[in-house]
Structures are given as C-alpha cells and as structure tokens.
Design a protein around this ligand. Sequence first.
Ligand code: PNS
Length: 172
Amino acid sequence: MRLMRHAIYPGSFDPPTNGHLDIIRRSARIFDKLYVAVLENRSKKHNFSAEERVDLLRRITTDLPKVEIITFSDVLLADYMKQTGIEVIIKGLRAVSDFEYEFQMALTNRKLNPDAETIFMPTNIENLYLSSSIVREVAAYGGNLDGLVPEHIKQDIIAKFRRKDDGNHETH
Ligand code: PNS
C-alpha cells in the first residue's frame, strides 16, 4: 500500500447535484488526490455534453485543490484504474435500492482489477432523494432547483432546459 492515496469518483454527472458535491467534498478530506471521472459514453444519451459536465464540475470544485476533473470513455473503469494506478473507487450510496447494483459493480471491478477497492460513502440525509434524473425532471418543468444543485451552476442548468424548450414546440 502506498502512502499517497488516490481515489476516483466515477459517474455521469448529467448534471452534477448537491449530492455529488457532498460526496466530492467528503472524499477530498480523506484522500490525497480525488479524480472526478466523467463518463463520456457515446451510446448513452446525455443532456449535457462531456465538456459541459466537466466545466460544471470544475466550477463547483474550485476551492478543492485536491480534486481534478477528468473524462474517460471507451474503457472499463477497472482498466482505466490499471493504466493510471488509481486503486480506490468512491461511490455514493443513497437508499438500499442503490446497493444491489453498486455491490455488483464493486465485485466486478475487483474481479477485473484485483487492486480496485470500492468505498461506499453514505449520502447526507438531505440528499437522500436527490439524483441527476430528478434534477432533470424538475428543470424540464421549470421547477425550483434551490437546494438540489450548487448555486454556482443553477442558472446553467435552468438555461439548458429553457433552450431545449425553445427549440421544441411539439406537444406531448
Ligand atoms: O452516474 P452513473 O451513471 O450511475 O455512473 C455509472 C458509472 C460511470 C460509474 C459506470 O457506468 C461505470 O463505471 N462505467 C464505466 C464502464 C465500466 O467499467 N463498466 C463496468 C462496471 S462493472
């Protein structure tokens, strides 16, 4: 075991939420370096481009010098960790319903890369209900995002969905 501990917090972050920021802040206290890794997946439709998600994450972590925002694509997380020598995966856990899939991913990642250890961090109680999809849903209907996403990026998220609205006058 090395003394310098590097960890990776992977996700879609489409968009980042207060729940993500809480996990980032708490992990940055534990590790020497935290890579927040944005999944750039061409087969999965994201609302925000990878560049936009990186930019949003950078802007909400400017006060956290140990945090670096990166992207990864077309590579298994386990292999990416082998390539970079990062050994710890951080995952936020909300409800028990998150657990089954996360447990499966943790075991698979360790099977693929025996050095890859997953650490589950329980969410803060106020973010228990929060997810990117909930944020997208509220934003799509022009709802109030206070307390759901960091203040710094709230307007960007509102603007993204307003723009989408402008370009789409179909009724569903
Ligand atoms: O925010 P999300 O969408 O729940 O994050 C999922 C993510 C990015 C952590 C997961 O899909 C992932 O690790 N993808 C990289 C490809 C990979 O390694 N898949 C196998 C995991 S067992």
